[in-house]
Design a protein around this ligand. Structure first.
Ligand code: ADP
Ligand code: MG
Length: 251
């Protein structure tokens, strides 16, 4: 689904502002991949590259076997801090993408009410984002992305602003959605537990310019109970160790 081949990215064209250095990574169709690393190591930049919002100076990025030349209709991106429009209601935020696609009106409405129901937002459809809790706003952002029925869902630190319990329940919601829709999922996090709970593979980044040092296989993910297992704990320790090693290496 995604092939990132030897990609380097610098902002402003300067080598000293290099955000990513020689990144390579593959994500298969239906897989979920966590990107984890210290802040500033280029995780968001990699998502934006995959989303077709920025372009690399070197290397190649393919999505569904095509060179990424710009945003695609079948790829949804949830940006940091939700990216909701504050002047639009929950309903209008969620239906937005469908309107842009000029989908049949009745179908749009049906799709949006169904999603709001599934995500527990039906009672909030006429509210504005600032009238909602962080967890509710995040669910609106997820609903808006899912309305587009993407084959690839990209999420940038989707739950970082939430309290622990809300965060865990939304992680479980995303797990359900991923299991049910069999979409490809790539998400950025700086939470080790989140990476291990939701990532079938976990790409470990070093501080900038970002490189991927290791991709951890995490075949145990996929069940809600995973969080309570010894394997989960062991995987968290492994990821923590790799992150620490990366820090030392570049220090
Ligand atoms: P992360 O998401 O891992 O925190 P980013 O991808 O946001 O990292 O940023 C990687 C590096 O690129 C950082 O050093 C950041 O300051 C720099 N950077 C990000 N966006 C821009 C931009 N638009 N212009 C210049 N530098 C940027
Ligand atoms: Mg970021």
């Amino acid at each position: 689904m995604i092939a990132v081949d030897n990609v380097s990215l610098s902002y402003g064209g300067h080598q000293h502002h290099q955000a990513l250095a020689n990144i390579s990574m593959d994500v298969k169709s239906g897989e979920s991949m966590a990107l984890i690393g210290p802040s500033g190591c280029g995780k968001s930049s990699l998502l934006f590259l995959i989303a077709g919002l920025v372009f690399p100076q070197r290397g190649k990025i393919l999505v569904a076997d095509e060179n990424v030349a710009g945003p695609r209709q079948d790829v949804a991106l949830i940006i940091q801090n939700y990216g909701l429009f504050p002047w639009k209601t929950v309903w209008d935020n969620v239906i937005l993408g469908l309107k842009l696609r000029k989908l049949d009106h009745a179908k749009q409405k049906q799709k949006v009410s169904q999603l709001l129901n599934v995500l527990g937002l039906a009672d909030y459809q006429d509210k504005y984002p600032n009238q909602l809790s962080g967890g509710q706003q995040q669910r609106v952002a997820v609903a808006r992305a899912l309305a587009l029925e993407p084959m690839l869902l990209l999420m940038d630190e989707p739950f970082s602003a939430l309290d622990a319990l809300t965060r865990e329940s939304l992680q479980e919601m995303v797990l359900d959605i991923w299991l049910e829709n069999k979409m490809t999922l790539v998400f950025v996090t700086h939470s080790i537990e989140e990476a291990v709970f939701l990532g079938q593979k976990i790409a470990i980044f070093t501080p900038g310019p970002g490189r991927i040092t290791t991709i951890v296989e995490n075949s145990g993910m996929g069940a809600k109970e995973f969080r309570a297992t010894k394997q989960f704990y062991q995987q968290c320790s492994k990821v923590r160790k790799l992150l620490e090693d990366g820090q030392h290496e570049s220090a």
